[in-house]
Design a protein around this ligand. Structure first.
Ligand code: FES
Ligand code: FES
Length: 168
């Protein structure tokens, strides 16, 4: 078997992948083991979702899949077929999402690389618990690593979002 034939044997055939992303439908052909984060960033240009550790440890690639927070570097195409995905681009319309606004007001980021994943995690937390304690906030963000801010501004931002919600 020559090298070209070997490469063909080793490359899995592409699958038809159907996704809903931020409310819009997408159909594409990808290898079944292609990672969701790569599909989002490289095939569909949703580059707000970041990639860093690639092994599920940093949360930079966090998105919602069928209303669950997932690290999209750990999700293969075949696992995401027919799923509904929300990325950071899906949080805001013409105006900033309330979580984005409080991160801005409280200095919840510096380089911003971890920020989309952090915000997705905060959304997932507040969807299930509208008045989390500081300990619960820390636990909810324990899968999201930030190399810049020291977390103080991030926790303050989440607490401000909670306080804003309570004043409505
Ligand atoms: S890049 Fe996915 S968890 Fe780090
Ligand atoms: S703001 Fe830079 S990694 Fe978090």
């Amino acid at each position: 078997m020559d090298m070209k034939e070997q490469a063909e044997v080793m490359t899995p055939p592409k699958m038809e992948l159907s996704l809903t992303i931020n409310g819009a439908n997408y159909e594409l052909q990808v290898p079944p083991t292609k990672r969701l984060v790569t599909i989002l960033r490289e095939e569909l240009n949703f580059t707000g979702t970041k990639i860093s550790c690639e092994v599920g440890r940093c949360g930079a690639c966090a998105v919602q899949m069928n209303n669950q927070l997932v690290n999209s570097c750990l999700v293969m195409a075949y696992q995401a077929n027919h799923a509904s995905i929300i990325t950071i681009e899906g949080l805001s319309g013409e105006e900033l999402d309330p979580i984005q606004r409080v991160f801005l007001e409280e200095g919840g980021f510096q380089c911003g690389y971890c920020t989309p994943g952090m915000m997705m995690a905060v959304h997932a937390l507040l969807a299930t618990n509208q008045a989390p304690s500081e300990e619960q906030i820390q636990e909810a963000l324990s899968g999201n690593l930030c190399r810049c801010t020291g977390y103080g501004g991030i926790i303050r931002a989440v607490q401000k979002a909670i306080s804003n919600n309570n004043q409505k």
